[in-house]
Design a protein around this ligand. Structure first.
Ligand SMILES: C[S@@+](CC[C@H](N)C(=O)[O-])C[C@H]1O[C@@H](n2cnc3c(N)ncnc32)[C@H](O)[C@@H]1O
Length: 431
């Protein structure tokens, strides 16, 4: 077998840039090329013009580009973590969250599915703290979710359980194992933020059929998060903020707070709900399976304040604490409380006796994650409680949201790809 020889135009610096895994491994570039690179057909020199340099970069991003809505014609900024949060006067809120949790858990029927069982066992120490009598222990888990798996499964501010990876790291390194996942994550966040700016009309949409050169020209420009958000604010006339009541939330740094993936999704969802409200100040929304409650926060910011969340007991506790902190304790009411606050958080067990009507029921990334019979129970509830459902879900699991309504007499639906995240479908279902 013939020995490999180094090409005359081999460029060691370019080889490292184009092959970030080699750079990371601190291997001598020429030796790596001779031993492996030539067999793997790795690029070893930069293209000579703008277009081929650009294609080199896109090539190095590999399958990751399929997550994006546009070619990344910019450099993404480095990610940051939210800072430690000063001591809080939150004892009343903690007590309320504990009381609501105990009440919800007493009525909780474990065994309905993956969420209920797996999460309840993974999060046993959280359960113990919230259902015990030590307020400081409960406050500790509520204030610092990044140090435990409390939010695992519904928010990224969480410590991965033994043997698991941070969820974005998991997704991104599966798509591209060469580039550091944080770099890809930053690009993904910038892309999502750009989508949001385009959707609200703060930015003209890219037109790749004739504007590719514009993209190539902007290749090395840094992405300016705050300028993008300034434009959004000008367009929608609302001051935006991304509250970080918890330390160690990872995301883009901005004047308005650290912006992680769930926040960008939620700002769109809150805006979309406000759009569907048509400016009606009494518009009444229920969200089933609301994660941390970030969408409720943004809907509130955009003027939709009558908002009820239904969720499992542990997620309820996270929502109660988060929304109590970011909206104010008086703005929320928790399960079992008799307050007239307009943002309410109730337990899934309360739904059987719940007879109120809503202008809109929202479900995001949740109905297709539940057991199909649980999703159907919520669907049957929604048929009685509202005439319009907004669903944003993937269709990867055996049952889909359209299975619930297809062929049902008098039910209409519009469907389009969810514009903020590939692989999700947005459906507006009415009757
Ligand atoms: C994947 S998370 C999505 C959270 C949020 N909608 C988002 O997109 O960030 C699934 C959500 O469904 C909730 N959930 C799971 N089973 C549920 C049930 N039986 N009743 C109500 N909510 C449930 C979880 O607690 C969580 O809030």
């Amino acid at each position: 077998m013939s020995e490999a020889t180094l090409p005359e135009d081999f460029d060691a610096e370019a080889y490292l840039d184009l092959n970030p895994d080699v750079k990371k491994a601190c291997v001598e570039p020429a030796a790596h090329y001779l031993a492996f690179g030539h067999k793997e057909h790795r690029s070893y020199k930069r293209g000579s013009d703008k277009r081929s340099r650009f294609l080199d970069r896109i090539g190095s991003l590999e399958n990751f580009v399929w997550l994006l809505n546009r070619i990344p014609g910019y450099m993404a900024p480095a990610l940051h973590l939210s800072k430690p949060v000063p001591a809080q006067l939150d004892q009343d809120l903690v007590r309320r969250v504990m009381a609501a949790y105990r009440r919800a858990y007493a009525a909780f029927d474990a065994g309905a599915g993956f969420w209920d069982v797996w999460h309840q066992s993974l999060k046993k120490p959280i359960h113990d703290a919230l259902s015990g009598s030590n307020i400081d222990a409960a406050a500790q888990v509520l204030r610092d979710p990044a140090s435990s798996p409390f939010f695992w499964g519904f928010d990224a501010v969480a410590k991965a359980p033994e043997g698991s990876q941070e969820p974005h790291q998991h997704v991104l390194s599966r798509l591209n194992s060469k580039v550091d996942w944080r770099e890809l994550y930053a690009l993904w966040l910038c892309d999502s933020l750009t989508s949001f700016a385009e959707i609200v009309g703060a930015r003209r949409v890219d037109y790749p059929e004739i504007e590719i050169d514009k993209t190539l020209g902007g290749r090395d420009k840094p992405f300016d998060v705050d300028s993008m958000l300034d434009a959004v604010e000008r367009e929608i006339g609302v001051e935006i903020s991304f509250p970080n009541p918890f330390p160690e939330e990872l995301g883009l740094r901005s004047r308005r707070g650290i912006i992680g993936f769930r926040s960008i999704q939620s700002i769109y969802q809150g805006w979309r709900i406000a759009q569907l409200s048509n400016g009606n100040p009494d518009f009444k929304v229920m969200e089933i399976g609301a994660g941390l409650g970030r969408t409720a926060y943004f809907a509130h910011l955009f003027g939709v304040k009558n908002y009820t969340i239904v969720d499992l007991p542990l997620t309820n506790a996270a929502q109660g604490y988060f929304l109590g902190r970011v909206l104010g304790e008086k703005e929320i009411s928790l399960g079992g409380e008799s307050s007239s606050a307009s943002v309410r958080i109730i337990a899934n067990s309360d739904i059987a006796m719940h007879s109120e009507s809503y202008d809109l029921i929202v479900n995001v990334d949740s109905w297709t994650e539940m057991m199909s019979d649980v999703a159907r129970e919520y669907w049957d509830f929604a048929r009685k409680a509202t005439r319009t459902v907004l669903s944003i879900n993937h269709e990867y699991n055996p049952h889909t949201v359209s299975d619930l309504y297809k062929g049902v007499n008098g039910v209409r639906a519009t469907r389009h790809p969810y514009p903020m995240r590939r692989g999700y479908i947005e459906e507006l279902i009415s009757w």
